[in-house]
Design a protein around this ligand. Structure first.
Ligand code: G6P
Length: 610
């Protein structure tokens, strides 16, 4: 949600900034802007995607080796040139970019207006900029100190970066609630909301913690807390490389990431699963297995696709480990005064590791002394750092806004965790081995599902003009129905709903007619016969059924318009195989409808505001 970049060094800043903003564009793409210092401050901003700004900068030579940039996901104020960042002090003496929300901006704006400040945008960011200016003017403090003091007056979240006119060797950044990373090069430094813009130049990074500020010059950087305590920064080595954040010949990141799943799942399980020895090893949880396996209750908090993975986790943990599980939207959990007791354990799931609501859930539970474990993809992200322990997905960077490979890796990790807990609680060895063997076989089976791409593209062609879709599944495949519907909504803008198949009778059946495609997850599992009855009910009302079932199952051919057959696996692992045809279906329909698959309207990959 909003992307920030910064650079100070020997290179032309604008090149680094534009490239960096393009890499961060998945965080927001409503408008973009840069401020470059070369004695004077040169500020350019443009409504629309980074490409629009890049066009402007091609015709305007902006010289300077220090600068900041921003790609916006609008919160306060419509997408427009005026609301685009950077925002400037009234006298033009410094420029600021911001990711987050200043909650008390209205009160500050009114106060500053009374003191004679004039505002040119509707943003909370301009208010913060002018607050800093006011503090500087009234106290006579140098800019870094004025920033520090102004930040103590704001309520809300921020990742900010600032450069100033006539200050060719000064880059200031601070964070609270929104991520910021400092890339440490040789005589040069990079700022980014995440590692994507830095990876090309350096692998050495400092993750700023909440409430920290960094003052950077070409020779050094100094980290301190906003309330002025010294911090000894830790330099970390980045794991991801450049190739992983590029499209590598694919048309979109989403399809690249869908096709990466055999590899991402193999990486996710590497060194963790050994079926022949009945071993599942989760290094990050080794010292916490006791607390998890003896938990009276496990609460899983997440948002979006990660929440769907959590639902699969509920089924698999309850079924294998026999521990009661509750799944919560992190956004609800944080505000509904949940009952947490000694003996509870909280799992949070987040691809980005930065989702504001999920992070708040972490803090809420920790505040009540409940252990919190993370299932996170982005190494070094805030949730990964703040949880007591956890398991990384190792799925590699996910850039397409619609989550795909993270979902299958999340379900894989949840199954590994469930099996590990269940082993300590007496899961019969043959059952445990069957699950681990099922996990080991997944990458090949996922490849077989991907080989159905042509068939699924053809089905997409039939339904590309549909206005509604229904997705139905039961048991482990109910969360897959929700996820399939979400994928389609997100990227094709077709209205879609996921339901437990049996619930159809309580409402959605009223919607069914010859224009309603219904996707059924009809695997030959314990609910198969019941699902067949539900299919019959849809067919009797002229609905068009697309069924996902097991390889070798010919029973549905007469009943359904289209049958997609995926390899057989154990019931617990079915979501990993059945979700992939739905990812492909959504992808192809969206492409055929001319939608911007990687950057769907109004969405952002990493939701760092409430
Ligand atoms: C956004 C993304 C989704 C993602 C959700 C949760 O809505 O567009 O793809 O599932 O946030 O994100 P997280 O990074 O916490 O998994």
């Amino acid at each position: 949600m909003c992307g920030i970049v910064g650079y100070i060094g020997e290179r032309q800043a604008v090149d680094v900034l534009i490239k960096g903003l393009k890499r961060l564009e998945y965080r927001g793409y409503d408008s973009a802007g840069v401020a470059v210092v070369n004695g004077q401050l040169s500020v350019h901003k443009k409504n629309g995607k980074v490409g629009e700004l890049a066009k402007v900068l091609k015709t305007t030579r902006v010289i300077g080796t220090l600068g900041i940039g921003h790609t916006r996901w609008a919160t306060h104020g419509v997408p427009s040139d005026a609301n685009a960042h950077p925002h400037l002090a009234s006298d033009g003496s410094f420029a600021l970019v911001h990711n987050g929300i200043i909650e008390n901006y209205n009160a500050i704006r009114e106060r500053l207006t009374r003191s004679g400040f004039v505002f040119h945008s509707q943003t909370d960011t301009e208010v913060l900029t002018k607050l800093i200016e006011d503090v500087r003017n009234t106290t006579g403090l140098a800019l870094p100190e004025a920033v520090r003091q102004a930040l103590t007056q704001v309520v809300g979240t921020y990742g900010i970066a600032i450069v100033a006119e006539g200050e060719d060797d000064l880059l200031i950044a601070a964070r609270k609630g929104s991520p910021l990373i400092l890339g440490v090069g040789d005589g040069e430094y990079f700022l980014g909301s995440d590692a994507a813009p830095l990876i090309e130049y350096t692998r050495q990074v400092v993750y700023l913690n909440d409430g920290e500020m960094v003052v950077v010059s070409r020779g050094k950087f100094e980290v301190s807390t906003i309330d002025k305590k010294e911090v000894d920064p830790q330099i970390h080595e980045l794991e991801w490389d450049l190739e992983q954040i590029e499209k590598g010949g694919y048309t979109h990141f989403m399809i690249k990431e869908i096709f990466e799943q055999p590899k991402s799942l193999a990486n996710c399980m590497r060194g963790r699963v050994r079926a022949d020895e009945n071993i599942v090893m989760l290094g990050g949880l080794v010292d916490h297995m006791d607390s998890l396996s003896k938990a009276d209750r496990i609460i899983i908090c997440a948002c979006g696709t990660s929440w769907h993975a959590a639902l699969v986790g509920e089924y698999v943990i309850e079924s294998l480990a026999r521990i009661p599980v509750e799944v919560e939207y992190a956004s609800e959990f944080r505000y509904r005064n949940p009952i947490l007791r000694k003996g509870d354990a909280v799992l949070v799931i987040s691809q980005s590791g930065e989702t504001a609501d999920t992070l708040a859930a972490v803090r809420q539970a920790q505040g009540q002394d409940i252990p919190v474990y993370g299932i996170v993809n982005t190494v070094g992200s805030t949730i990964a750092r703040e949880t007591d322990a956890g398991v990384y997905l190792h799925a590699g960077p996910e850039i397409g806004v619609a989550s795909t490979k993270a979902f299958t890796a999340q379900v894989t990790v949840l199954t590994m965790i469930a099996t590990k807990i269940a082993q300590t609680r007496g899961l019969p060895e043959d059952q445990s081995r069957a699950i681990l063997k099922g996990l080991e076989e997944l990458p090949d089976k996922v490849q077989s599902v991907l080989n159905l791409n042509g068939q699924i593209r053809a089905i997409a062609g039939v339904y590309r003009y549909a206005q509604n879709f229904l997705y139905l599944g039961r048991g482990y495949n109910f969360p897959v129905a929700l996820e399939g519907a979400l994928k389609l909504k997100e990227i094709s803008y077709i209205h879609a709903e996921g339901y437990p198949a049996a619930e159809m009778k309580h409402g959605p059946i009223a919607l069914i007619d010859q224009f309603m495609p219904v996707v059924f997850l009809a695997m030959k599992d314990s609910t198969y016969e019941k699902v067949i009855s539900n299919i019959e009910e849809v067919v009797a009302r002229k609905g068009c059924v697309i069924a996902i079932t097991d390889e070798g199952n010919g029973e549905l051919d007469k009943l359904c318009e289209h049958v997609i057959r995926v390899p057989k696996t154990i019931e617990e692992l079915a979501p990993i195989l059945t979700s992939i045809p739905l990812q492909l279906l959504a992808y192809h329909i969206a492409v055929m409808r001319g939608c911007d698959v990687d950057q769907p309207r109004n969405l952002a990959k990493s939701v760092t505001v409430e």
